[in-house]
Design a protein around this ligand. Structure first.
Ligand SMILES: Cc1cc2nc3c(=O)[nH]c(=O)nc-3n(C[C@H](O)[C@H](O)[C@H](O)COP(=O)(O)O)c2cc1C
Length: 308
């Protein structure tokens, strides 16, 4: 998948933790390299979990394999200096301006500003991208006053998204949900079809009660978990643990049953109407964005007064 995105002119990102072990990540990086001669990155997401994976070993594999672009998310303070020392460019994902500014202080190179629309961990502040990106443009500066570049993430699905993100100060977009609905996405075709059928109203937020809010495709499992979360007298996470199990969620992508477990998807499902190749998708997005920008520009007269 990452190779297909890079071959299509994007920057494909491999996710460390989808690999069962650091050694599997090493193999996957090598496999990706055999499929593309274009640059690609690797994501390292560090989240508080009951039994944490060996994050340090994953980070070491990323460095040893000579990866030069690392996407980080979560609690990565301990790993940023190591990646910088190894000469990596670090793209850090944040859902608030406050966290973005801390990440800049930590030494990351650029930011992926992840609005509330996004799939997966939306954070606890619920700021959608229309305001968040605009605030990023106002606020993101290094200590020497220079601008920190950022890309827009969350809810991005077509050329109009790209045009809007550029207008709000981003220098590109990051897409998760949209890429799940491509020919190359390594998930069951039924799941892609379910996403095409879904609307912007078909996601559900879970785990706010434990300050670990994530957005999922809405199905009977998320609805049952949500009910327990709202109504539990004990407030113990264990009560919904089985429902939100990642293991069960991963089965969905293999068996093609969208209702088998919980799985992440963003509200931009409402904007997804087909299953193109990555190449077709990226070409189309570029064309749509150009059209959108030209159309906007044509609304203005030379003297810059609107014709409205
Ligand atoms: C199936 C799936 C798995 C994801 N896994 C991760 C992850 O492990 N780490 C991470 O930082 N973001 C992860 N994300 C979030 C994306 O990187 C991205 O921030 C998000 O999808 C952007 O919002 P969008 O889905 O509206 O495009 C995942 C997203 C999806 C759809």
């Amino acid at each position: 998948m990452a190779a297909a995105v890079s071959n299509a002119g994007g920057l494909g990102i491999l996710t460390s933790l989808t690999q069962p072990s650091p050694d599997d990540l090493r193999k996957e990086i090598r496999r990706c390299r055999s499929m593309t001669d274009k640059p690609f990155g690797v994501n390292l997401t560090v989240l508080p979990t009951i039994s944490p994976p060996p994050y340090g070993d994953y980070a070491q594999v990323i460095i040893d394999e000579g990866i030069k672009i690392v996407e980080t998310a979560g609690l990565v303070k301990d790993y940023v200096p190591k990646f910088k020392e190894a000469g990596c460019v670090i793209l850090h994902k944040c859902t608030t301006i406050r966290h973005s500014l801390s990440a800049v202080k930590m030494g990351v190179d650029f930011l992926s500003i992840d609005g509330f629309e996004c799939a997966g961990h939306v954070g606890e502040h619920d700021i959608p991208n229309f305001v968040l990106l605009n605030r990023a443009q106002e606020q993101l500066r290094k200590p020497d006053g220079s601008i920190v570049p950022f890309i827009a993430s969350g809810g991005m699905a077509n050329g109009r998204s790209l045009a809007a993100a550029l207008s709000l100060g981003a220098c590109g977009i990051n897409m998760g949900t949209r890429f799940m609905c491509t020919v190359e996405a390594p998930i069951h075709h039924n799941i892609k079809e379910s996403m095409v059928k879904a609307t912007e109203d078909d996601t559900e937020l879970l785990m706010r009660r434990w300050t670990n809010t994530a957005r999922f495709y809405k199905n009977p499992v998320t609805q049952a978990a949500g009910k327990i979360e709202r109504e539990s007298k004990t407030g113990k996470f264990e009560e919904i643990q089985d429902y939100v199990s990642g293991k069960r969620g991963r089965q969905v992508f293999l068996n093609g049953d969208p209702d088998y477990g919980v799985w992440t998807a963003g509200i931009c499902m409402g904007l997804i109407h087909d299953i193109p190749t990555c190449d077709e998708l990226l070409k189309r997005i570029e064309m749509e964005a150009k059209d959108a920008v030209q159309q906007q520009a044509s609304q203005w007269k030379d003297d810059s007064r609107a014709r409205l």
